[in-house]
Design a protein around this ligand. Structure first.
Ligand SMILES: [Zn+2]
Length: 518
């Protein structure tokens, strides 16, 4: 289901980026007139469709403290209620240590666990959420789409550089796009606008706008500390600056003084998450070690994290990932099963268990897991594995469908999929893999140039030539290209059929075989 809806998202972005006519409208927050090519309905649809995949690609929901989720939502709804634009606002905490927050069009907002642990009061939380609410309410993403900024993600969507805890690089198709949507950078003026109106909403909702000043001061301080996770997170999309601190001070002085800071309440609500911080820090170290190939440290950190916080499914999955690399599929399956028992709505666990089960020879179990993972978020590894299982079971059309999705993703896995696709599809429709051109030799006979557009060397290329005799009767003659033809290479077939006097080229490729690498 998810798969189809995120593809619709791509369609909207494409339409928005290519449609040349737009409507001038009044910005709901600033009251200024502006040109926006995206209708409100499209905005709502974009947010709705990308929200789930965006969460998945960022580590999924932080669900082990439902009380905290309720608290964050309450603060968010209080601000949303006084915003200039009523949208179907939603707020979620993501299970990700990178300090970050983002808003999708239509009011779909997320804040990372790693940002919550840096804040010190409810007013600071309100400052973050108020800021993100303005991004959505003032249609900042829609403006980006209008300016053609977002259409670029169509090209780079699959070339995401994934950090240790970022799963976005695995996503394919529309899901890859959704993963990118959350990394949208707005301009300097959009950031200042979000700060200013976010503070107005804070004040209206009863919060002390000084919270936003404290927040910016914290950001500047952390930025000066050059923490790399900050650079990859919030600071990439929301660059902090002394300018923003000063602007917030000025805005605060224009608003009524006082209001709720909520320090004690915030600390109390954050107690469990602050206690769990050490466990997540160990886990992040383990992930980093694993990405550098250090399995021993990774396993060690996963075990230590589990001692502190046994209910966190990510920690079990990290153990599973170490066992996968050890080719210990039996234990890997056990680890992923434990992860799935603790959290059933995260794509990564069924993806990995499916891959482990396939390695262990359990194709049926593998297929069920991979299908489940694909429902949550389509990824290149799941599509690739489903393709190879379908191929092994003789379901060639299904296999071709899966390989096509991955082939579009590029990279090593995309190339490998394009190869599998060509191997399966070429015997069925060889014409799709060749370009042909007709010409005449010195005797006036037909010469055919054949270009190999498949990603591999081919042999036994057979072309069919439709020849009309004097009575208008069409006969089909075939000729074979001698030898092999490398990918991208052009071969010539002297047909001996003539005379050819130009015009239509009555030729098609009807047979070819991929030369398997030794
Ligand atoms: Zn921002």
């Amino acid at each position: 289901m998810q798969h189809r809806t995120v593809n619709a998202l791509r369609t909207i972005l494409l339409a928005a980026a290519t449609v040349a006519t737009g409507a001038c409208s009044v910005n709901p927050v600033t009251g200024e007139r502006e040109l926006v090519l995206v209708s409100e309905q499209q905005e709502l649809q974009m947010g709705e469709q990308a929200y789930f995949a965006s969460q998945q690609s960022q580590g999924g929901e932080y669900d082990i403290d439902p009380e905290l989720t309720r608290y964050v939502r309450d603060v968010g709804y209080r601000l949303a209620a006084v915003s200039d634009r009523q949208l179907p606002y939603e707020f979620v905490i993501l299970n990700n240590s990178v300090p970050n927050a983002w808003a999708l069009p239509g009011g779909k907002i997320a804040i990372n666990r790693g940002l919550l642990t840096e804040l010190d009061s409810e007013a600071e939380l309100a400052a973050v959420l108020g800021h993100e609410i303005v991004h959505a309410a003032a249609r900042h993403s829609a403006q980006q789409v209008t300016r053609g900024m977002l259409s670029q993600v169509l090209v780079v969507a699959t070339a995401v550089v994934a950090s240790d805890t970022d799963y976005g690089g695995l996503a394919v198709g529309g899901a890859g796009l959704a993963a990118q949507l959350v990394n949208t950078r707005y301009g300097r003026s959009a950031e200042l606008e979000s700060d200013e109106y976010g503070m107005k909403y804070m004040s209206k909702a009863g919060y002390d706008p000084q919270g936003a000043v404290h927040l910016q001061e914290t950001f500047v301080r952390l930025n000066d500390g050059h923490r790399t996770d900050w650079l990859s997170g919030l600071f990439a999309s929301h660059p902090p600056s002394q300018e923003r601190v000063e602007a917030n001070r000025a805005t605060a002085s224009s608003l009524p003084a006082g209001g709720r800071l909520g320090r004690d309440e915030y600390r109390q609500q954050m107690q469990r998450t602050l206690n769990a911080e050490a466990a997540y820090a160990l886990y992040d170290e383990g992930r980093k070690a694993l990405s550098q190939g250090d399995r021993k440290t990774a396993l060690d950190r996963a075990n230590a994290a589990l001692d502190l916080l046994p209910e966190e499914a990510h920690f079990h999955a990290l153990r599973g990932d170490v066992r996968m690399l050890d080719k210990n599929y039996k234990d890997a399956i056990t680890n992923y099963t434990r992860a799935m028992e603790r959290r059933d709505k995260f794509f990564y666990y069924p993806l990995q268990r499916g891959l482990a089960r396939r390695q262990a020879g359990d194709l049926q179990g593998a297929r069920a897991d991979l299908e489940r993972s694909r429902e949550l978020m389509p990824t290149a590894p799941a599509e690739m594995a489903l393709g190879s299982i379908a191929e092994r079971e003789g379901r060639f059309d299904a296999a071709i469908g899966h390989y096509k999705v991955v082939a579009k993703a590029g990279g090593d896995i995309g190339e490998s999929a394009a190869m599998s696709l060509a191997r399966l599809e070429m015997p069925r429709q060889p014409g799709a893999y060749f370009a042909t051109q007709c010409g005449a030799d010195s005797k006036g006979n037909l010469v055919v140039a054949v270009q190999n557009r498949a990603p591999a060397t081919v042999s036994n290329v057979v072309i069919a030539i439709d020849v009309a005799d004097s009575a208008g009767q069409v006969r089909r003659l075939t000729r074979e290209l001698a030898g092999t033809l490398a990918s991208g290479g052009v071969g010539r077939v002297n047909t001996g059929i003539g005379p050819y006097s130009g015009g239509a080229c009555p030729v098609s490729v009807v047979g070819a075989r991929i030369v398997e690498r030794p």
